[in-house]
Ligand binder design. Structure first.
Ligand SMILES: [Cu+2]
Length: 471
C-alpha cells in the first residue's frame, strides 16, 4: 500500500534534482501530494472547484486526477509505479501504471490553461511521459533520449506547457516504450474548450476510455511484453467484459464518447441502435461539413475519436469492437474448428488416457460458456457476461449503453436490465414450418452452365525458363 510519509521522504531528495532548475523555486517548494486510486470502479465526474468551469468527463472504470492551483498554474502529480489492476472481478493483473492504476488517471484541463505536471518514477527503470497530440515546446514532448534524459528510478521531472487546443488526447510512456506500453503505462487527457466553441457542442454525458491490450497467460499475472500481435486480453481501460461498466445515460441525453487507441491494431467500434457523428479526431474538432453519420468507427493505432449521438432509443444497446476476436478473453488461437465434427467416439478413447478430457466446439463454441470448465487460478472465462436472457457469450472490448427514460440527470448508477415493453422482444415461433417455396421455383435452369465441363488442359511454364509441362 502507498504510504505518504515514505513518499515524502523520497520527494525530499527529488526536490533537489537539477532537472527541476528551469521551473521556479517557489513551484517546487512542495510537490502536490499524489492522489492514489486503489479501485477499478467508474468514479463520478470531477466537477472543477477551481479554474474555468466545464462539463467534466466520466472515465469508464477510471477517474480524473485532482489538481492544485498554484498562482494560476494547474499542478498535477503523476507517479509511475507497479500496480495491481483488477481486469474483471476474480482476475487481477500485475501492471505498470500511474497513481495506483492502469491506465493512469484522466487529466482534464481547459484550453489556455497553464499546466505543470510532476512525474515521479517509482519503477525499476527509467521512464518519461509523452503528451500525445499536444502543442507544446519540443523539450516538453517527453521522448527519452530525444527531448530529455529519461527519468531515473526515484527521480521526479516537471513538465510545463499551455494546453493550446481543445480535444481528446492521451499520454503514455516514451522510455523503454515497448515494455512500458505493454505493461499499461498510459492515460487520457481531455482539454475542454474555453467557453462556447462553434464546433464542440455541449453534451449531457461525456464518456472516455482507452483501447488497450495485454498478453497474460492463463493462470499468470504479468503481461508478456514481447507480444506484438497475438494479445489475449482486449481491454477498455485495462478492463475486459463483463468487467467493463455500462455507459448509463438518460433518454434524450446528448452523449459523447471519446476513445483513444494504444493497442497495436485498429478497432472498429460499433454502437447498436443509434447513429453517431464523428465530431472530433486527433486533429481536433471535425468541420461540420465533413461529419458523417456512422454506426461503426474504425480507430487506428495511436488515434483518438470523438463520437456524439442523441440517446433517443431506450434499451440496453451493445457497444463493442467489431473484430469478433476482440470480444473474447484468453484463448489459444490454434484450437481447430470442429463445427459439424462428431468426435464422441474419439472423446471416449481419449478419456481412457486423460480422464478430464472435454471435447469442444462441435456445435460452435458457445457451449463452452455454459460448461463448468476448470480454469487455472486467476484466469478470466473466455466468453462470459450473463444477461437477462442467458449468457452473452462475449468478453473483451464490449460494454452496454443503457438508455433509460427514468434515469435522473447526472446519475450514472447502473439501472439494471432494460424492461422491454410487452411484444417487443424476438420470440420463438412454435407453429408449423411451411415448406420453403424457393426450392421448387429454382431448378437447373436458374443458372445454366455456359459450357458442359470437359477435361481442362492447362499449360504451365516455369518463369525461370524451365521446361513446359502438360497436365
Ligand atoms: Cu478490436
Amino acid at each position: 500500500m502507498f504510504n505518504r510519509r515514505q513518499f515524502l521522504r523520497g520527494a525530499g531528495a527529488i526536490t533537489a534534482a537539477a532537472s527541476a532548475a528551469a521551473v521556479g523555486k517557489a513551484a517546487l517548494a512542495a510537490l502536490p501530494e499524489p492522489v492514489i486510486q486503489t479501485g477499478a470502479s467508474t468514479a463520478p465526474p470531477l466537477v472543477p472547484a477551481t479554474g474555468r468551469p466545464y462539463n467534466p468527463v466520466v472515465t469508464l472504470n477510471g477517474w480524473t486526477l485532482p489538481w492544485r492551483m498554484n498562482q494560476g498554474v494547474k499542478e498535477f502529480h503523476l507517479v509511475a509505479e507497479p500496480v495491481v489492476r483488477e481486469m474483471m472481478p476474480g482476475f487481477k493483473a500485475h501492471l505498470w501504471g500511474y497513481n495506483g492504476q492502469s491506465p493512469g488517471p484522466t487529466i482534464e484541463v481547459v484550453e489556455g490553461d497553464r499546466v505543470r505536471i510532476f512525474v515521479t518514477n517509482r519503477l525499476p527503470e527509467l521512464t518519461s511521459v509523452h503528451w500525445h497530440g499536444q502543442r507544446l515546446p519540443c523539450g516538453m514532448d517527453g521522448v527519452t533520449g530525444l527531448t530529455q534524459p529519461g527519468i531515473a528510478p526515484g527521480k521526479t521531472f516537471v513538465y510545463e506547457f499551455v494546453a493550446r487546443r481543445p480535444g481528446t488526447f492521451m499520454y503514455h510512456s516514451h522510455g523503454d516504450e515497448m515494455v512500458q506500453m505493454a505493461m499499461g503505462m498510459m492515460g487520457m487527457w481531455i482539454t475542454h474548450p474555453r467557453g462556447r466553441h462553434p464546433l464542440i457542442d455541449e453534451v449531457d454525458r461525456d464518456f472516455c476510455f482507452l483501447l488497450n491490450a495485454f498478453d497474460i497467460d492463463p493462470g499468470s499475472y504479468t503481461p508478456k511484453v514481447m507480444t506484438m500481435l497475438d494479445f489475449n486480453l482486449w481491454c477498455w481501460n485495462s478492463r475486459i467484459f463483463p468487467g467493463i461498466d455500462p455507459l448509463v445515460v438518460r433518454h434524450m441525453d446528448k452523449v459523447r464518447i471519446r476513445i483513444g487507441n494504444l493497442t497495436m491494431t485498429s478497432h472498429p467500434i460499433h454502437l447498436h441502435g443509434h447513429e453517431f457523428l464523428v465530431t472530433g479526431t486527433d486533429g481536433g474538432p471535425t468541420p461540420k461539413s465533413a461529419r458523417q453519420h456512422e454506426i461503426t468507427e474504425n480507430i487506428a493505432v495511436g488515434q483518438m475519436r470523438q463520437l456524439d449521438f442523441l440517446a433517443d432509443e431506450e434499451g440496453d444497446w451493445a457497444i463493442h469492437c467489431h473484430k469478433s476476436h476482440h470480444t473474447m478473453n484468453p484463448m489459444g488461437h490454434d484450437v481447430p474448428t470442429l463445427i459439424g465434427v462428431d468426435h464422441s467416439g474419439v472423446a471416449r478413447q481419449i478419456t481412457r488416457l486423460i480422464p478430464d478430457y472435454m471435447a469442444m466446439g462441435e456445435r460452435g463454441m458457445k457451449d463452452m460458456t455454459e460448461m463448468e470448465m476448470p480454469l487455472p487460478e486467476n484466469t478470466p472465462p473466455m466468453m462470459a457476461g450473463d444477461g437477462p436472457f442467458g449468457s452473452i457469450g462475449m468478453g473483451g472490448m464490449m460494454s452496454v449503453v443503457k438508455v433509460r427514460r427514468g434515469q435522473p440527470r447526472g446519475d450514472y448508477r447502473d439501472p439494471g436490465w432494460y424492461a422491454h415493453p410487452p411484444g417487443t422482444v424476438a420470440y420463438e415461433f412454435t407453429g408449423e414450418l411451411p415448406a420453403p417455396a424457393r426450392f421448387q421455383a429454382e431448378g437447373p435452369g436458374a443458372m445454366p452452365a455456359v459450357k458442359p465441363p470437359h477435361d481442362v488442359e492447362v499449360r504451365a511454364r516455369k518463369p525461370a525458363g524451365g521446361h513446359g509441362a502438360h497436365h
